[in-house]
Design a protein around this ligand. Structure first.
Ligand code: GLN
Length: 486
């Protein structure tokens, strides 16, 4: 029997209680494992029970020795796109259903060195392609606020793990919004770091020039503690940068006063749900009352082009990254063809789902000899314009403030037949993957009993200001304390 432990607390509270010996890491992990086996949300692909219990014993040793850090003994769930040695890593795909990596990705290695305990690999859209988690070979993830609604995606399982209070922190990846959008739909906080801030080594690749690993949590302190560990240069990922990792909580008591905040008009146009608009307007008012300097004259005219630009660049990179799944090197293979060619083609046709095939075809087309200039090259040029537009804006502002998504969580099955309307959901999250800036989503209200997300965007490598503002907002409001009743 596992000990009766209150799981609905922040990671920093668990850490305090572990150090006071209110319970041990082994007891906390046992209670967590019991809880995550208990529900029907389909958030997990693998529960890493024996690994977790082994790590918990090590964490208890460290706590006894007095060498524990803030994440020592803390259970954490990670997106099943992150390679874990000896534990199946599926990327949500049939083509990798039995794949056991021979190494840990850098972020997992760093978390484990800090004493964090991996309890589960979470469900996701196949190869992180999707906005609803309905494109997983392991079935959709349900939203804990309403079981008929999507969790958001592609990191839906990781968002639900935190929203449902199974764990207090988790990891996702964000190529076009896959941390911020499910965080918004599930009523929690999620951060996409600056491109180059966190190592992608061992993260199964989709759109390599766009994606970053980042934390989900319920408050700025927990998010800061995770980022503190995973950020920084990695010799195994040449896109990480040698910029020192600051103390992310250093400015936590500075509040909102004096922050110059731009509110870009392009994020408040047609298609924005009225309740979402009102909730974000209320947040703006609060920021202003607390001494932030709000400017609504900001125009980012090129930013709406992020949608077409993303849906050329991301599929192009995906078509190259996914060429390696041929049934020979990794995972699933279909060996009943008449030739090697036929076997490879059947492996891919059976192993990949519909959305992944759609992206591979789109990307292959955009990169093909006759169309490269018209599509891929053009998209890269517009990408540069978008990045410059952000650079210009940040000469004037410390932060930009926008809604995270145009609507709250939509119904399961509602958009699955209409890829374009699914893609439109990413309108406000995509621009910062195109530009590389960091951004965070936090809960700021409700519509029809479903959470609404507020997005803040900062200068490259200025996660510190993002977290300072998030902490200030969460000190003044209680949206992040609301929890689903089920
Ligand atoms: N929803 C976007 C897509 O389908 C973004 C996915 C992501 O961020 N991984 O590509």
């Amino acid at each position: 029997m596992s000990k009766n432990i209150e799981l609905n607390v922040f990671a920093h509270q668990h850490s305090k209680l572990l150090n006071e010996r209110a319970y041990s890491a082994v007891e906390l992990v046992e209670a967590t494992l019991q809880n995550l086996k208990d529900h029907e949300l389909n958030a997990y692909i693998t529960v890493t029970e024996s690994l977790a219990l082994k790590q918990a014993e090590l964490a208890d040793e460290r706590i006894k020795l007095g060498t524990a850090g803030p994440l020592t003994g803390i259970p954490i769930a990670i997106k099943d796109l992150l390679s874990t040695v000896d534990n199946i890593t599926t990327a949500g795909s049939k083509i990798l259903e039995n794949y056991r990596p021979v190494f840990d990705c850098t972020v997992v290695e760093r978390l484990q060195n800090a004493g964090a305990i991996i309890v589960a690999k979470t469900n996701l859209d196949e190869f992180a392609m999707g906005s609803s988690n309905e494109h997983s070979a392991f079935g959709p993830v349900k939203n804990p606020w309403n079981y008929q609604k999507v969790s958001g995606g592609s990191s839906g399982g990781s968002a639900v793990a935190v929203a449902n209070r199974d764990v207090s922190i988790s990891l996702g990846t964000d190529t076009g919004g896959s941390i911020r959008q499910p965080a918004a739909f599930c009523g929690i906080t999620g951060l996409k770091p600056t491109y180059g801030r966190v190592s992608r080594y061992g993260v199964i690749a989709f759109g390599s020039s766009l994606e970053q690993v980042g934390p989900f949590g319920r408050d700025a302190t927990d998010i800061a503690n995770v980022l503190q560990i995973i950020a920084g240069i990695d010799v195994r990922d040449s896109t990480t940068v040698k910029i020192p990792v600051p103390d992310y909580q250093e400015d936590f008591d500075k509040g909102l006063a004096g922050l110059r905040i731009g509110v870009p008009a392009q994020f408040f146009q047609d298609g924005l749900d009225n309740d979402v608009r009102l909730a974000v307007e209320n947040a703006i008012e609060l920021f202003e009352n607390e001494g932030a300097i709000i400017d609504r004259s900001l125009q980012l005219p090129t930013s709406p082009a992020s949608l077409p630009v993303y849906y050329i660049i991301a599929p192009s990179e995906a078509s190259a990254n996914l060429a390696r799944y041929d049934g020979v090197k990794y995972g699933f293979s279909f060996l009943e063809g008449k030739s090697v060619d036929e076997e490879m083609s059947l492996t891919r046709s059976i192993g990949f789902g519909q959305e992944v095939k759609r992206r591979i075809m789109l990307g292959t087309y955009a990169l093909s000899a006759g169309y490269y200039d018209a599509y891929y090259l053009k998209a890269q040029k517009v990408r540069t314009l978008i990045r410059k537009e952000f650079e210009r804006a940040f000469q004037t502002y410390d932060l930009l403030l926008t809604p995270t998504t145009p609507t709250v969580a939509f119904g399961l099955g509602e958009k699955i037949e209409d890829p374009y309307s699914m893609y439109l959901n990413d309108l406000y999250t995509l621009p910062v993957n195109i530009s590389g800036n960091p951004a965070i989503s936090m809960p700021c209200g409700f519509s029809n009993e479903l959470p609404i997300g507020l997005q803040l965007i900062a200068k490259p490598f200025d996660e510190k200001t993002l977290l300072r503002a998030t902490h200030a907002y969460q000190t003044l409001t209680d949206w992040h304390m609301e929890q689903p009743q089920n």
